[in-house]
Each structure stands twice: as C-alpha cells, then as structure tokens.
Design a protein around this ligand. Sequence first.
Ligand code: ASP
Length: 342
Amino acid sequence: MEKSVLVIYTGGTIGMVNDPATGVLCPFNFDQISLEVPEIREFDFNIDNYTLPELIDSSDLRPALWVDLCRIILDNRARYHGFVILHGTDTMAYSASALSFMLEHLDKPVIFTGSQLPIGKIRTDGKENLLAAIEIAAASDNGKPLVPEVCILFGDRLFRGNRATKINAESFDAFQSFNYPPLAEIGIHVHYNRAAILPPPLLPPVARAGLDTRVAILKIFPGLGADIVAAILSVPGLRGVILETYGSGNAPTRADFLDAICAAVARGIFIYNVTQCAGGSVETGRYATGRGLHEAGVINGRDITTEAALCKMMHVLGRGLPPDDTRRLLDSNLRGEISIAK
Ligand code: ASP
C-alpha cells in the first residue's frame, strides 16, 4: 500500500483564510491546500482531505461529531496510515478524549491539531502544526505506526489526547499535559518518547459509539450550598457526575453535603472524584476530608483530567453495563488516561 494520510477538517481557527473579495476570514477550501501550504508537496506520500459538510467553531461541538469522526476513521482505516483531525482548540481536549475511548484497540495515529492564528495569517502557527501532525501521522517503524494513539499536537509537543488540557487562550503553546510526559518533542527532528507511547493493540479496532450524555460537572467551592448540590444531583435522568474537588480529592465534611452525595450514590448515580488542580492526583485516604467521599461511594478519578473524566463517564455509561462493571471500568485505566497499571 502506498503511504497516505487523511486530513479531516472539522472547522476552527486553523482553517481560516482571508476571502480575497471581502477581506473577511472564512473557511479555507482544502482542495487548494497546496496553494496555502506549498510545503505539503514535499512529503513523499499521498495526502487526501475530507471536509465535513458543516464546519463549526468547536464551541458548537456536539457528541454526534465524535460518532461521525469514528465512522470516517474506521471506514477509511485500511486505506490510510494515519489521520489528522483539524479542530478548534476550545474543545479539542474533549474530542481527543472522547475518540480515545470510542476507538477501542486503535492501531493507527489519530492526531488532532489546530492553531491560535488562522492558516491564512502571516504569523500563523497553523502551518507548522499541520505539517508536523501529517509527518507524525505517517511515521512508522518496520511498517507499524509509531504512535497508534489519539493525540493532540500543538506547538512543539505531541500529547496523549486524553491527558491534554487547553491552558492558554493566546500562546502558541496552548496545551499542556500535567500528569503524563509528551509523546514526542518537535524540533529540528521529531523525538519520540517511545516508552510513553501505548503499545499496538492485540485485537482489531472497534468503535464504541454509544455515549450517555446525562452527566454533569460539579465544581466544589467555599460557600457551595448543600441545597444546590442536592438540586443538581436530583436532576431527572442524571446518571453520572464529575465532582471537581480540592487538592488531593478533598471536599467539605458537613453532614448535609455528604448526605446529598450518599443519597445520589444510593440512587445509582456514579460520582467520579477529580481534582481541581491542574497537576497531581486524588488520594482519597490522605485527609479526613477526602475519606468522607470515599466512604460515600465516590469513585477515585486519580490523576485524570476533567475533560477525559467527562468523556470516559459518557463512554462507560453508554455501554449499558451492570452497575458493578460500570464502576469497575470507571475505576480502571482504559486508554492510558490515568496513572495505574491496566
Ligand atoms: N473558537 C475556536 C474554536 O475552538 C478557537 C480555535 O479554533 O482555536 O473553534
């Protein structure tokens, strides 16, 4: 098979150019990519593109797009060595996390990238990001893809998608992965951190397209009323909650707060303890304030990001498993999103 990469364009800043007639920014025609990014011709492999019918600012993202992306990737899997997804930065960490869970036993690189400045602007970061993403999507060793994972490439680093977070609205280094090292550093050469990259899967890929979006994120803050907690936890149909706690997974010890949490767990709602800190991990046994949640039946999210926790919750609930299996999956490392052995 001749080497080729499929670039899937979903929208976002990266795909914007100035309309020559009006001067305003508008989405770029990907069929003319080599006019905008002539360097692309220097790759010695084929690059195809697929533009989604509706280009979006990623703030308008809905989970249906994740289902479409999984289908496009699996339908085209035999034809391409890797995939690049051009996506707005605002929700890129959610999309990369979601696809990491939805594409089980993924054996090809799926590299999300975007940019802070449109590709048609003179100082754009979009060209470098696009070119590096294509190079990494095509990279192989003995015929096997070097990075068979869903990743985010931004600036000079490649991150595991479900470990990355958008941390800056202006800088060209817009993403960071606080709890897991970069999978590659991009300079004159691309240095792969092979020890950090997931091994190729043993089974053929499958799409886990079922997602349950009846979930919520509840961030604890000083002064949060137990009535508000109880009201959120009693939303009809609610199935899962990401509880953003302090530090190493701590929360108020007040009885009314813990009672509301206990009652929700008893009603079958899955609650995941995720720290508000950018780096570090939940350790439920460390303080009495964390033990209360543990005893109430809250599941330890360890060092997972909020974005990955939310997508993991949607994915695991969407599998429609019995409660014990749902709990077990939430408590385990599925795609390298938390730091415990598989
Ligand atoms: N609002 C834009 C989006 O997320 C920003 C970007 O593309 O980076 O689609």
